[in-house]
Write a protein that binds this ligand. Structure first.
Ligand code: SF4
Ligand code: SF4
Length: 420
């Protein structure tokens, strides 16, 4: 069975940290708090102390180790490529082994590990959303009508669909026999909150004649459980996804969510050879579309006279894996779009999965910088490649009093393609 690495297995990487402090400039949490315990080298030192049994697992230690978005921004800039996000995640697993999961972590593990329960809860959320949630002006999201555990009253939430995406579409959608076949890993964000993004992906694949399989028994990628330290849940979900996504031969397993891409393509890859048939096939949708020559096909469409100014936010889980060019290539090729860069497009939006639940005040501080950069770009839309980022960007823009709208690039692609 696929297994996540233990903290002990990171001893060599921990030793590679030379405490140079180069990570300070790139850690969003340090930027928000300016505390040494919150920067990568501080968390590495704490993880080493946990590993060596030198400190008690008291509240201060747990708090410092929880103050990490697992964004990987430090590793991308570290001269020794120390994988702080992997070390911190392993330290959280170690702590969970000794002390048990936090109550929120238990909830995450219980729901993610039972896909049927998750489906049921999501459908109930969709059915009762008008009772629980109120609409914000300008169609910019929803807010809770009543206080709820782990969700602040001033947080903007996306609607939950009453009918998940995977229940709306057939499992197999044939295209041209000469075209590639993909398995589409929808992830929970598209399945439960942004089904229009999934519909847009299917339209683009039809335009290219690509054959699509959407396995019904795929599960969450498990990234929220990685963040919570719930090792058993991650391993169980990885096994389930391995079976679902490799049952039939495909040319690629395509994701349209940065976090799912990192979950399947990076976290699973670190779980041993068993996961290789899945993790080696994972491809971000825009990498796939560029390979299929979509920018050239878009260039043949008539240019719109009035184009919309659109900027791009790099999700950490793609940027730190070197996927930055392809989403921009597609955006720049869209006939109705005038693409502009924003300052610091590659900094974190502040979501960090469960981070924004535990540390919403910091998450808002990090998001405020992103909202200011979006504003500075002069764009009316901010496009990205991650449902989680869309949710956080909308929240940050609303707090900043902005009017820009976050969208998935696939939604803009849908607009550009000829009607069927
Ligand atoms: S994590 Fe990397 S950048 Fe940060 S102090 Fe250690 S060696 Fe330097
Ligand atoms: S993974 Fe992100 S939040 Fe965590 S220490 Fe590195 S830069 Fe900071």
């Amino acid at each position: 069975m696929a297994k996540l690495k233990q903290l002990e297995e990171f001893r060599e990487e921990i030793d590679h940290c030379v405490k140079c402090g180069a990570c300070r400039a790139h850690c969003p949490v340090f930027g928000a708090e300016k505390q040494e315990g919150r920067v990568a080298r501080g968390k590495i030192a704490l993880s080493q102390a946990v590993l060596d049994g030198e400190i008690k697992l008291e509240e201060k230690v747990l708090e410092d180790l929880s103050q990490c978005l697992l964004c990987g921004s430090c590793c991308a800039q570290c001269p020794n490529k120390v994988p702080t996000e992997e070390i911190v995640a392993a330290a959280r697993r170690r702590i969970a082994e000794e002390r048990g999961l936090s109550s929120f972590g238990k909830g995450v593990a219980a729901i993610l590990g039972r896909p049927k329960l998750m489906n049921l809860l999501a459908k109930a959320g969709g059915t009762f959303s008008s009772l629980l949630l109120q609409k914000l002006p300008e169609n910019s999201g929803l807010r809770l009508r009543f206080p709820a555990p782990y969700l602040d009253a001033d947080r903007t939430l996306p609607p939950i669909t009453g009918k998940p995406f995977r229940e709306r579409v057939p499992e197999t959608i044939p295209g041209n026999s000469a075209a590639p076949t993909i398995a589409f890993f929808t992830g929970c964000g598209i399945n439960y909150m942004y089904p229009a993004v999934g519909e847009a992906l299917l339209r683009v694949m039809r335009f290219l004649g690509v054959n699509v399989i959407i396995p019904k028994d795929q599960a969450c990628c498990g990234l929220p459980a990685v963040s919570a330290g719930a090792a058993g849940t991650v391993e169980q979900l990885a096994e389930q996804n391995l079976a679902a996504l490799t049952r039939r031969p495909v040319d690629a397993i395509v994701t349209a969510c940065a976090s799912c891409n990192a979950g399947l393509g990076k976290v699973y890859a670190e779980m041993g050879e068993d996961m290789e048939p899945l993790s080696s096939q994972v491809k971000d949708v825009f990498v796939f579309l560029v390979e299929q020559g979509l920018p050239e096909k878009l260039a043949q469409l008539p240019r719109a006279e009035q184009r919309r100014r659109v900027t791009y936010h790099d999700p950490c889980h793609l940027r730190t894996r070197g996927i930055t060019k392809e989403p921009r290539q597609i955006l720049a090729a869209l006939p109705q779009v005038e693409f502009v860069e924003m300052p610091e497009a590659g900094t974190c939006c502040g979501l960090g999965g469960t981070y924004s639940v535990y540390h919403y005040e910091n998450s808002k501080k990090i998001g405020a910088k992103k909202a200011a950069n979006i504003d500075a770009s002069g764009a009316e839309l901010v496009a990205t490649d991650c449902p989680g980022c869309i949710m956080q960007l909308q929240d940050s823009i609303n707090h900043a009093g902005g009017t820009q709208k976050p969208v998935h690039i696939l939604e803009l692609l849908l607009e550009a393609l000829p009607e069927e």
